[in-house]
Design a protein around this ligand. Structure first.
Ligand code: SIN
Length: 518
């Protein structure tokens, strides 16, 4: 049977969307798929919080609006920014009603500050905000009988007119790997929602988990869906220099909000000279300045000095960071933390309207894989969880309306073909996949990272083209595996991102090419 809605991805946006639709309309059938465990994804690692104007004595939505525009460096859509900051409170109240807790001070929400914010407005739960929200949402999503959850299911391709004889410029669901059944299945749906996150794994050093391979972006690219602002990849200024179990560990910007100061190996507080907002300048400025310091000093990190933050505060407000540092012999607050920038967030993605509809009918995108117009050229800290909540809500309302409109018949969906490519293999026998993934990450990190040049981008494009050809060959000659699927998406996005980067002629926000004047 064709589902009403197929949701691909189980971070804050996908879960919130599914809950809203299921709650509003219990007759709607939803299938929710995640590539691995339902918990794995970027949301779980979001330490900072949600930007919401709560203290109306000092703060206002107008200030939040302005801060977002300033951080976005001229590329935000002001209409979008306006409704997002205005709808923030309602969305936060809903989360609280559903059982999410946030830190409080004297019975009121404790509001933190992060880079680019002119007031304290970050609602948080210790340094585990995303994890706490996701756990509540997962419990809630599991309580609906009209939601089917399929873990360990990987998106392969969207089903579109390309698979049909009738041309309606429409999406009809997706081909998906069932890792358990070891086959590629067809899930037809009247509406398909991509909430698949970004593609931080394109870079060697990223705060994202390894599942962040741009699967929705890759599938949308192959379906010829319009994508905007892909080269605006935000690097988080402060990731721990050392990897933990092979993973980069984030040091939330909230640490700088609480009094942490950046300095270089010569103990120089370089941010004081770089920007009047110093350590709390928007992320693009801080990340670039750190990278410059590292290059100029031939160092392998700069230092985050948290000695002004009392030990008690470290333990209560930042317990994960405190304990992780301790396990590495970094004793807070005494010892400074060695930090480096790391790829963090895709400001661009699938172009959507204010209801999260893409240009392909029946295909919606929410969360990091979408380009809503909120972030412009540089996302303001803690605006991402907010965007996910606001657009999940808007998409849910719009989808319910959309389902009431004339739809293709069940008989039509039955005419859509089963997957006709090679089948799936659980055994990752293709040795080249890991090597090519690493090669791609090295190219992106060296030539398409924080600082770019025309020559570097051109070289990257040539090398990516070569990898693209090799991946295509692997795809044509082998059974599909999860890692091949991921690599296929990564190389497509690297290709498009690098191509778009060469078309950009001025530096704005996170985009910086040494050959441009601005
Ligand atoms: C952080 O905690 O610094 C990350 C939050 C965000 O990316 O907005």
């Amino acid at each position: 049977m064709t589902k009403d809605i197929l949701v691909i991805g189980t971070g804050i946006s996908g879960l919130t969307f599914a809950i809203k639709v299921a709650e509003e309309n219990p007759k709607t059938s939803l299938t929710l798929i995640s590539k691995s465990d339902i918990k794995e994804g970027n949301t779980r690692y979001a330490q900072g919080g949600i930007a919401v104007v709560r203290n109306l004595k000092k703060d206002s939505t107008e200030k939040h609006f302005q801060d977002t525009l300033v951080a976005g460096d001229g590329y935000c859509d002001p209409k979008v920014v306006k409704f997002v900051v205005e709808e923030a409170n309602q969305r936060l109240d809903e989360l609280i009603k559903w059982g999410t807790s946030f830190d409080k001070k004297e019975k009121k929400l404790d509001l933190g500050i992060e880079g680019g914010h002119s007031e304290s407005r970050i609602v948080h739960y210790k340094d585990q905000t995303g994890k706490q929200i996701q756990e509540v949402l997962i419990t809630k999503v599991k309580s609906f009988s009209n939601i089917t959850i399929l873990e360990n299911h990987t998106l392969v391709d969207l089903i579109t007119d390309h698979h049909s004889t009738i041309k309606k410029n429409r999406c009809y669901g997706a081909y998906v790997i069932s890792q358990e059944r070891e086959e590629i299945i067809k899930i037809t749906a009247k509406i398909t929602v991509l909430s698949t996150g970004g593609a931080g794994s394109l870079y060697a050093h990223t705060t994202n988990p390894s599942v962040a391979t741009g699967d929705g972006l890759g599938a949308a690219y192959r379906a010829k869906v319009l994508m905007n602002h892909l080269p605006y990849v935000q690097f988080h200024p402060t990731a721990l220099k050392y990897k933990i179990d092979g993973k980069v560990f984030l040091i939330t910007e909230a640490v700088r909000g609480a009094g942490g100061k950046l300095c270089n190996s010569a103990q120089d507080r370089f941010m004081l000279k770089a920007d009047p907002r110093a350590d709390l300048a928007p992320r693009d400025i801080v990340a670039r300045e750190i990278q410059k310091q590292i290059q100029e000093q031939d160092a392998d990190s700069v230092w985050l000095d948290g000695s002004e933050i009392p030990k008690m505060e470290w333990k209560s407000r930042f317990p994960t960071i405190y304990n992780t540092c301790k396990s590495l012999g970094i004793n807070l607050p005494k010892d400074p933390i060695p930090v480096v920038p790391a790829a963090h967030y895709f400001c661009g993605g699938i172009k959507v309207n204010k209801h999260s509809e893409s240009e392909l009918k029946g295909l919606y995108a929410i969360g990091e894989c979408s380009a809503t117009g909120l972030h412009g050229a540089n996302r303001l800290a803690s605006n991402s969880l907010l965007e996910a909540l606001v657009f999940a809500h808007r998409a849910a309302i719009n989808c319910i309306e959309f389902l009431g409109k004339p739809m293709p018949s069940e008989a039509f969906y039955k005419t859509l073909p089963e997957w006709n490519g090679d089948s799936y293999s659980k055994n990752d026998t293709i040795k080249n996949v890991q090597r090519l993934r690493k090669e791609l990450q090295e190219i992106m990190t060296t030539n398409v990272g924080i600082f770019k040049t025309n020559k570097g981008l051109k070289q990257a494009q040539e090398k990516i083209n070569n990898i693209y050809i090799k991946v295509q060959k692997l795809y044509n000659q082998n059974k599909l595996t999860n890692s091949l699927c991921e690599l296929r998406n990564m190389v497509s996005i690297a290709y498009l991102l690098t191509k778009q980067a060469q078309e950009i002629k001025e530096n704005r926000g996170v985009f910086y090419n040494h050959n441009h004047a601005r």
